[in-house]
Design a binder for this molecule. Structure first.
Ligand code: SF4
Length: 384
């Protein structure tokens, strides 16, 4: 992320943090990780164990390292481990807690809200998490989250949230498909429910991360696939297995380079596949989940059927949200990400959100206002 300028830094002012090596995964693995733990037979074992106050506890995930590191200009890794544990124990989300803190620091810096919080100043942070949980002092205000705070104090353009949910650490001005996902996601600015396009745009593959081409269709497909993975009780991390290993392990190989070039031009193919998914009546060899489904449940499952289940779930969620007033006007990002280029000399380094939204709604069979049309609802058997 640092290399590709995708690492949210100083509340998304920048995409790189000069001290990133002090708070990155390698430093954590070498100096702090005791052992990886996880579910019984899983070869990934995604949970780190670290020491906090002499006890072995769960370590931070990538988003927490990013947002409590460069996000607030903190290069003290042990502090991140302590805070991560404390925030978890208090039952709060580290992404929302740290991003709201970053908003408050910037509001203070800009003179909008005199709250004593400053980027890079960490000695007064430890108390804050408890204060948020117990709604004491400034914590009572921070507990409202960045959206409501920006409505009160100003600075909506740097309250890094969508539909009230703070974004993860992936800076979408360098991964515009990820930006679309954050904006249209049913549960707000969620990197996972948004489709996790950053996997194509730099974290796994390396397709053109600035072009809007093909991004809407791939976003839709990934959202639908991950929706079914979640609905079937499988772990979302298994979605990485969708990509044959050599695409990731040989980033400069001929096939990977060709795939990177092709992806932006495959939008139409993906859309046809999605629209006529029942026609894909087969197991796709690179996607293992359909076979797992069959072996576990005895239920015949094809790739097309799997996709359609996800599409139905995603659209149903949108249909319910729509009844609560959600429409295209809510599929937004803060103006910093859509109107202020990350690189002042490169106007392309913004998220061309409106352009991608139009294609996305069309691909999904939603109208211009972002509402599923009657024919889409009927096609998915949501209404008769
Ligand atoms: S199954 Fe998923 S949650 Fe469990 S250890 Fe593996 S990657 Fe982690």
């Amino acid at each position: 992320m640092q290399m590709r300028k995708m690492l949210s830094t100083k509340n998304y002012n920048y995409g790189q943090y000069e001290d990133f090596e002090k708070v990155n995964g390698e430093t954590l693995a070498e100096g702090y990780n005791i052992v990886n733990k996880g579910c019984l037979t899983c070869p990934i074992k995604c949970a780190r164990t670290v020491r906090v106050n002499g006890e072995a506890v769960k370590g931070p995930e990538l988003e927490t390292l990013g947002l409590l590191g460069g996000g607030i200009l903190n290069n003290n890794l042990q502090k991140i481990l302590d805070w991560n544990n404390e925030i978890d124990e208090l039952g709060m989300d580290t992404i929302s807690a740290s991003s709201t803190l970053a908003y408050a620091m910037e509001a203070n810096e800009k003179g909008l809200w005199n709250n004593g919080l400053e980027f890079g100043k960490i000695d007064n942070i430890s108390q804050i998490w408890e204060d948020i949980a117990h709604r004491r002092g400034i914590g009572d205000e921070l507990a409202e989250g960045s959206k409501r705070l920006s409505e009160k104090y100003g600075g909506k353009e740097f309250a890094i949230q969508s539909k009230g949910l703070e974004l993860a650490a992936y800076e979408p001005r360098r991964a515009v498909g990820q930006g679309l996902g954050y904006a249209v996601s049913n549960r707000g600015g969620c990197h996972l429910n948004g489709g996790y396009m950053v996997i194509l745009e730099g974290l796994g593959l390396n397709t053109d991360s600035q072009t809007p081409k093909g991004k809407a269709d791939f976003t839709m497909m990934f959202q639908d696939l991950m929706e079914t993975i979640s609905a079937s009780g499988q772990c979302l991390f298994t979605s990485y297995a969708f990509f044959p290993g050599f695409l990731i392990t040989r980033p400069n190989g001929g096939i990977t380079t060709t795939a990177n070039k092709l992806i932006p031009h495959l939008g139409g193919v993906i859309r046809v596949m999605n629209r006529f998914s029942p026609a894909i009546a087969m197991h796709l060899p690179v996607f293992h989940h359909t076979k797992m489904f069959k072996y576990a449940l005895g239920m015949p499952m094809t790739f097309g059927k799997y996709l359609r289940i996800g599409e139905r779930g995603y659209t149903l969620e949108r249909y319910v949200s729509m009844r609560f007033g959600v429409s295209a006007k809510d599929d937004t990002l803060p103006k910093r990400l859509t109107h202020t280029p990350q690189d002042a000399n490169d106007p392309k380094t913004v998220v061309p959100l409106e352009k991608m939204k139009k294609v996305y709604y069309k691909a999904r069979g939603w109208d211009k206002d972002g509402k599923p049309t009657n024919s889409t609802l009927r096609r998915l058997q949501i209404v008769k």
